[in-house]
Design a protein around this ligand. Structure first.
Ligand code: SF4
Length: 600
């Protein structure tokens, strides 16, 4: 391998075997060390991995956690969701801005901090929260901001001017509570390392798949695809190597179940991946971990090392000479769309995370063009419990079509936010009672891509056959501004669209702008009709689930809360969407001249 002229870069490229599919690992290492990936580094990486530099920059520019220009010595990313904002995120942001003398999106003059908003970081039960590089700080208040900044200043090495790990003062509020409020069979006890694997190895692989089928396990991500069917499709794919991928890119705002499973039940998830490897004849698996959970990496690597020592990873697992399995963890870099399985695979292959056209499906042509089973963290934890306790025990809970229990992440206007394990089929009323929020004004089920549910429908059941959800349950009190929350969801989708297809790239921006017009009280009845029509078009014509579900919050609140829209209507027949005076002022400011109105 030719040297790039940068010893650190050479080392990173050697660590991944100069495999261009491992581009994300190299970019992350460079970003962490230098605070950005310069054009010179991108060229050197391209040379080292045998890629075109355009492909490196294409991937680099796609992910929010990579930067091509230098930033502050620390990156503070404040979580911005309707939940964080109802708990005071705006006041915390204001305190940071005041203390640093900057606006959001800027770097402090002393180069200490770059301050940004980011989408949900998996802490909806402990908001306001932020990432300070890879450290999570939770339950923030404006008062704690000076102490955090003082700790960061204390971490700077006076001789080098860069942060020194040895100097690192623990950050105030750097704590994450598991927050399991109600545990069921999945969470009731710690994983007994390897029990599920040992039970699986007593059976031939096809019998393991049959047990998962007998449990009627469905994917816990929300779509509910039968796990055994996915595995059978993968087994029946083209001969040769197969892959297991654990989707730990938990990006749906409001969810934090994977956070709990990976921090407190990682063995259960790794057991599930290993069982899947045995059932499918795959020699290795990859866990794709969202960048926002990078703080878990050291602990997860410790768990993997312990498993290797115990014979639960590597060759001859549990003494079974014919079965070996390896697990690698791959970090994402801040792209919501990578929760979609084909986008995740593109990212794993070192590309921008744009969804693929389907068919072919990943079970036929997936990671590195081989048959691939992508399963969610909770699904794989369920696989381990099914093999431990038997499919009948699992299927005895829940409903006929939705067996087992479901992890629900509750947040918002309720006295007991946290993780609840409940049997499928529980009503929304039942769940709200558990959380102490029987008088909720509305509930967003399934995150922004799900749907809002009004009190008249709180009797509906949480199950694939009724209200299907990956587990995000955002609770809003009766006095919350529905339209403002819907606007925040619209802003989220406009930010997260990967931009590949026009209906979503342009449509989500138009939905955001038109929703802002409505929320500001400037929309007429005619505008509401146009908004509904646009929402339908975006849903019908977008290429993947992101665009197809982006209009859900608008459409479901229009249906369930028409009075809130009507109350905000402007009486006129027509109101211009352009505020000419404001636009003229903005233009004057950009050009450094006086606004026209000041001239007269
Ligand atoms: S729908 Fe949106 S996220 Fe999906 S491919 Fe199109 S632009 Fe990308």
């Amino acid at each position: 391998m030719a040297s790039t002229g940068d010893a650190f870069l050479d080392e990173q490229i050697a660590l991944v075997g100069a495999d261009r599919g491992r581009l994300m690992d190299v970019l992350r290492a460079v970003q962490t060390r230098y605070g950005h990936v310069s054009d010179a580094s991108a060229s050197a990486i391209a040379a080292g991995l045998g890629m075109h530099v355009g492909d490196v920059i294409d991937a680099l520019s796609f992910y929010a956690f990579f930067s091509r220009v230098p930033a502050g010595r620390f990156q503070i990313r404040l979580s911005r969701t309707p939940i964080s904002r109802i708990h005071g995120a705006d006041a915390v942001a204001h305190a940071f801005c005041q203390a640093l003398g900057i606006a959001m999106g800027e770097t402090s003059p002393d180069g200490l901090v770059t301050l940004n908003w980011t989408s949900d970081i998996g802490m909806a039960d402990q908001e306001p929260a932020a990432l300070v590089d890879d450290v999570v700080v939770t339950a923030l208040t404006p008062e704690v901001v000076p102490a955090i900044l003082a700790a960061l200043r204390a971490a700077i090495d006076a001789s080098t001017g860069i942060p020194s790990p040895g100097n690192r003062v623990p950050l105030p509020h750097a704590r994450v509570h598991p927050n399991v409020i109600q545990a069921g069979p999945l969470l009731s006890r710690a994983a007994r390392r390897g029990d599920g694997i040992r039970a699986a190895l007593l059976l031939p692989p096809e019998q393991v798949v049959a047990r998962i089928a007998a449990a009627r396990l469905r994917g816990r991500g929300g779509a509910g695809f039968p796990t055994a069917l996915k595995w059978r499709l993968c087994r029946n794919g083209p001969d040769g190597e197969r892959h297991i991928i654990c989707n730990a890119d938990e990006g749906e705002p409001g969810t934090f179940k994977d956070r709990v499973l990976l921090s407190d039940f990682a063995d259960l998830v790794f057991d599930g991946m290993t069982i899947a490897g045995y059932a499918l004849g795959a020699p290795s698996g990859v866990m794709y971990l969202r960048a926002e959970y990078a703080w878990m990496l050291p602990a997860l690597h410790d768990v993997l090392a312990a498993r290797r020592r115990l014979g639960l990873l590597g060759g001859a697992i549990c003494g079974h000479d014919a079965f070996g399995f390896e697990i690698r963890i791959q970090s994402g870099a801040g792209a919501y769309i990578c929760g979609e399985e084909s986008a995740l695979i593109e990212s794993l292959e070192g590309k921008r995370g744009a969804p693929r056209d389907r068919p072919p499906f990943p079970t036929e042509h997936g990671y590195r063009d081989r048959p691939t089973a992508v399963n969610n963290v909770e699904t794989l934890a369920c696989v381990a419990r099914i093999m431990e306790n038997g499919p009948e025990t699992f299927a005895a809970l829940g409903t006929r079509e939705s067996t087992g229990t479901k992890l629900m992440s509750l947040s918002g206007d309720c006295p007991h936010p946290g993780l609840y394990e409940v049997p499928f089929g529980i009503t929304l009323n039942g769940l709200l009672d558990l959380a102490g929020a029987p008088d909720a004004g509305f509930v967003q089920v399934g995150g922004p891509s799900g749907r809002s549910v009004a009190p008249k429908d709180f009797g509906r059941r949480l199950a694939y056959e009724d209200l299907s959800t990956g587990g995000s349950i955002m609770i809003f009190g009766p006095d919350r501004d529905v339209l403002d929350i819907v606007l925040q969801f619209a802003e989220f989708f406009a930010d997260e669209s990967c931009g590949w297809c026009t209906p979503c790239r342009v449509g989500t921006a138009l939905l955001r702008d038109q929703m802002a017009h409505v929320a500001a009280g400037r929309a007429t009845l005619r505008d509401i009709g146009a908004l509904e029509s646009l929402a339908g078009t975006v849903a019908r014509t977008s290429r993947c689930g992101l665009g197809q579900t982006a209009p859900n919050p608008i459409l479901s609140t229009m249906r369930d809360f028409p009075e809130r829209y009507e109350a905000r209507l402007h009486a006129a027949d027509f109101v211009s969407k352009i505020d000419l005076v404001a636009a003229q002022r903005e233009s004057a400011a950009l050009q450094g001249r006086h606004p026209v109105e000041e001239l007269f």
